[in-house]
Each structure stands twice: as C-alpha cells, then as structure tokens.
Design a protein around this ligand. Structure first.
Ligand code: NDP
Length: 445
C-alpha cells in the first residue's frame, strides 16, 4: 500500500554529502582496480601465476618496464571479434522475446519494467558459439589464445561505457530525480550518477552490462579454457571440469532468476558508473575466471577425495545462497503470509518514503536464515567462492585472489547495506538489527 505524504529527501546513494576530498579518496579504485587487474594478468599470463617470479622481474627489470613489456596488447582482429560479441549481446538483449518483469521501486518512486530474456540469451549464445566452433568458423580455444588482446578490448569497452554513462547522465539522463550528483566529478564517474540509465524505454544499460556482458562472458571464458586444455594436453582434468560446473550452476541460476536479480543491491541500489560498467566489462570476466584461466594452461591433479570435498562444499554454498535468497523473495512476494522453516514467517512491517512524497510499505524478514544472520546469503556465496579456488588444488596465492576479493566485497557490502537500510527504514532497521544482531556469521561478526 502507498500513501501520499509530502515532498521530501529520501535514502539513496551512499556517499552523498561527503567533502570533495573524501569523495575523491573513495574513488581511488578507478586507478587501483585496473592496476590490481593488470598485475594479476601479468602474473598469471606472463609468469605462470608465480608471484616470486613477478617480484624478481620487477626487481631486476624495473616496475615500468615490466608493466609495459607484459601488459595486455591491442590487437585489431581480437578487438573486432570482441565488438561483434558485444553487438550480438545487444541484439539478443533488445530483440529476443522474453517475459516482462517489474523492478524494485526506486528512491524517486519509479517502478521500471524489464524484459528478462537472459536464460534464452544464454542458451542462444552458447548454441551459436558451439555451432561456430563445430563448423570450423571459430577456434574453441580462442579466448586463452587471444587473452592479451581480449583483456585490452574489455578494458577499452569498460572505460568507454563508464565515459558514456558519465556523459549521458549530464546530457540526457533517464529519470533525473533518481540521479545523484555528489559534487565531486571523480566520485560521480566512479560510483555513477544515474540509477537506471536507459536508451529508449527498455534498453537498460545496467542490466545489460551486468548480465549480458559480465555474467554471460563467465561461462564462455571457462568453456574456451576447457577446450584449450584439451587441445594442448589431449585431455580435460577433473579440476577444470568441476570448477566450470560450479561456475555454470551459478551463472544459470543468475539467468534463471533474472527477475529476482532486479531486487538485488546491484540493480535496485547501485548507480551506474565505472564501478559497474568497467567492473562488468573487465573486472568480472578477468577476476571471476582466474581458476579456469590457470587450469587451462597448467592442469593440476589433486586427489579424488580432495576434489569431492571441495566440490561438495561448493554445492552446499550454492544451496545456502539460493535458499536464503528464496526465503526473502517469497516472504516479500506473499506479503509475509507464508511459512519459513515450517513456521509462520516472523518479520517487521515497516514503511519508507520516496522522494515524490509517497510512503510505501515493506517487510524485513526476521526468521529462517534472515533471523540467523543478516546476510547468510553472502556466507553461501563465500563458501562457493572458496571451494572454486580450492578446486584448483594449489597453494599459489594468486589462485585464491578471487575468494579474497569476494570476502572483501561482501563484507564491505554488509556495512554499506546497513547504512542504506537505516536511512531507508529508520528505527525499524534498528529494531531489525537488535532482533538479528549478526551480520554474517553468528558469534563471529
Ligand atoms: P541481498 O540480496 O541480501 O539484498 C540486500 C537488500 O535486501 C537490502 O538492501 C534490502 O533492500 C533488502 N533486505 C535486507 N534485509 C532484509 C530482510 N531481513 N528482509 C527483507 N529484505 C531485506 O544482497 P545483494 O543484493 O548484495 O546480493 C544478492 C545475492 O547476490 C547474494 O546472494 C550475494 O551473495 C550475491 N552477490 C554476488 C556477487 C558476486 O560478485 N558473485 C556480488 C554481490 C552479491 P530493500 O529493503 O531496499 O529491498
């Protein structure tokens, strides 16, 4: 139910109202994230994942020489191939039929419609690439063979998309009332200005970039690395197969539940800037596939028992992730009128204001997983991330970078989500935190 109250300021992007200096400092990942990715790329691609070898090269040859000599290189053919891939995804996103889904109400009170054809797009993409390989038009090991040029192209597109988002927000914003200008252009470039930048009524840049560019690339890169391992070594190792299976479960879950994804923080709360644009064009495809990138070139052979434990842990993590997310989605969809773990759901009924002056009702679930911890879904994701890294079967630190990154990302998210929850729901959020005091793991944090 919604009630008209008055025009007022409402919750929104974290960071608004900070000093220019604090905003600029908060935006430093614009430099650090590409640098970190560059170092990861060089270590994995040029030094076989060995940090000591990278260290010796840096010491003996100098930092700038190493960075310049081993960085990703522009390659016209690869850039054209990548452009075709992006164009194909645009066509599927815009024209492939699919169900219509309704997104979450924005801080300004808009409720947007999306075409959630992601699962079909995933199937069409993989069938099309499979057919191309079958007919000899594409080398199945294309991705690892052209990795340097691809990483260059992904960076190029990531920066261009970030610049486009920044320019569009100034020149032709969609839903200006949901746009946030912090007063610091660097922060605006980094965290984004527009909440839901669109071309026309339906081409949603954020859903497109996150889903069709970031998530779609994940399984394509994995499968190409599996093919490469087969081409180079004549067999496919259990490690790379099991990692690819876990990645595929996660990606298919994402597309199968695309309507649910519209209610997650990425789509419902994050603004569209470098963080999401470069993040999904470049960071996600490179960082999230580290395991198969490594295994494609360096097959490992951990014991069957080890692989079984690591893989089962991954499945448990996925089951936890899905079960927690489903509980919240179901309780909200049924307005609290349902069972959670066999008992009537317990929740806090609360309200929030949108900047058009309307008051809306919402529910904060406080039983089931959501009564156990405020982010048990993140715990599922972390179990899954660690098991993906463990499946590689090496103590090489670089191979654990993904799990480390996810730990930092999700812990930071817990904190950001708290700030937003408090500003959106006020004392009801405080009540919820009193009832469910733990953020991630009861007794720990
Ligand atoms: P959540 O799905 O936990 O969504 C948080 C939002 O849910 C809050 O902002 C709030 O939004 C609402 N909410 C919070 N507490 C409650 C409650 N008790 N009852 C009902 N609603 C509540 O987080 P994310 O969107 O970050 O993550 C979604 C999934 O995606 C997670 O499983 C996460 O692990 C995964 N993920 C994966 C990433 C990856 O890179 N692989 C990155 C980030 C997330 P509101 O009230 O405004 O609706």
């Amino acid at each position: 139910m919604s009630v008209k109250i008055s025009k007022m300021k409402t919750w929104g992007r974290y960071g608004a109202g900070r000093s220019w200096l604090r905003s600029a400092l908060a935006a430093t990942p614009v430099v650090f994230a590409p640098m970190a990715l560059l170092i990861l790329f060089i270590t994995l691609f040029r030094f076989d994942g060995s940090l000591p070898d990278l260290y010796f090269a840096l010491r003996d040859q100098g930092v700038w020489h190493v960075l310049d000599a081993y960085r990703p290189r522009f390659d016209l053919q690869t850039t054209l191939a990548y452009s075709c891939w992006v164009a194909f995804q645009v066509v599927l996103f815009q024209w492939l039929p699919g169900p219509r889904s309704i997104g979450q109400r924005t801080p300004a009170g808009h409720v947007l419609e999306y075409r959630t054809n992601g699962l079909r797009a995933w199937v069409v993409t993989h069938l099309a690439l499979g057919a191309l390989c079958w007919k000899g038009g594409l080398d199945p090991g294309f991705v690892p063979r052209n990795w340097s040029g691809l990483v260059f192209a992904m960076n190029l597109f990531g920066f261009l998309a970030s610049a486009l988002a920044f320019a569009k927000a100034h020149l032709m914003p969609t839903h200006l009332e949901d746009a946030k200008f912090s007063g610091c252009w660097l922060y605006d470039f980094y965290m984004g200005i527009e909440l839901n930048p669109r071309f026309g009524d339906h081409f949603d840049l954020k859903l497109f970039t996150n889903g069709r560019i970031g998530m779609m690339a994940w399984t394509v890169i994995d499968l190409s690395n599996v093919a490469y391992q087969y081409q180079e070594f004549g067999s496919v190792s259990p490690s790379i197969l099991l990692v690819t299976i876990l990645h595929t479960i996660y990606v298919l879950d994402f597309f199968n539940n695309e309507e649910w994804y519209l209610r997650t923080i990425d789509i419902a709360h994050e603004h569209y800037g470098f963080y999401l644009a470069w993040g999904c064009f470049t960071f996600l495809p490179v960082m999230y596939t580290l395991q198969t990138q490594y295994l494609g070139r360096h097959p490992t052979s951990p014991s069957g028992a080890y692989l079984l434990v690591a893989f089962t842990t991954g499945l448990v993590g996925y089951a936890l992730f899905r079960s927690v997310n489903d509980q919240k989605a179901r309780v909200r969809r049924l307005n609290g009128d349902c069972l959670v773990w066999g008992r009537p759901a317990r929740y806090i009924r609360t309200t929030y204001m949108t900047s058009d002056g309307w008051q809306h009702e919402s529910i904060l679930l406080a039983s089931g997983w959501w009564g156990w911890s405020r982010h048990a879904n993140y715990l599922g994701d972390l179990l899954l991330s660690f098991s993906m890294c463990a499946l590689v079967g090496t103590t090489n630190v670089v191979m654990w970078a993904y799990a480390l990154f996810m730990t930092i990302l999700l812990m930071h998210r817990c904190i950001r989500d708290e700030v937003r929850g408090r500003s959106k729901y006020g004392t009801a959020w405080d009540d919820y935190c009193k009832r469910v005091p733990w953020r991630l793991v009861p007794g720990l944090w």
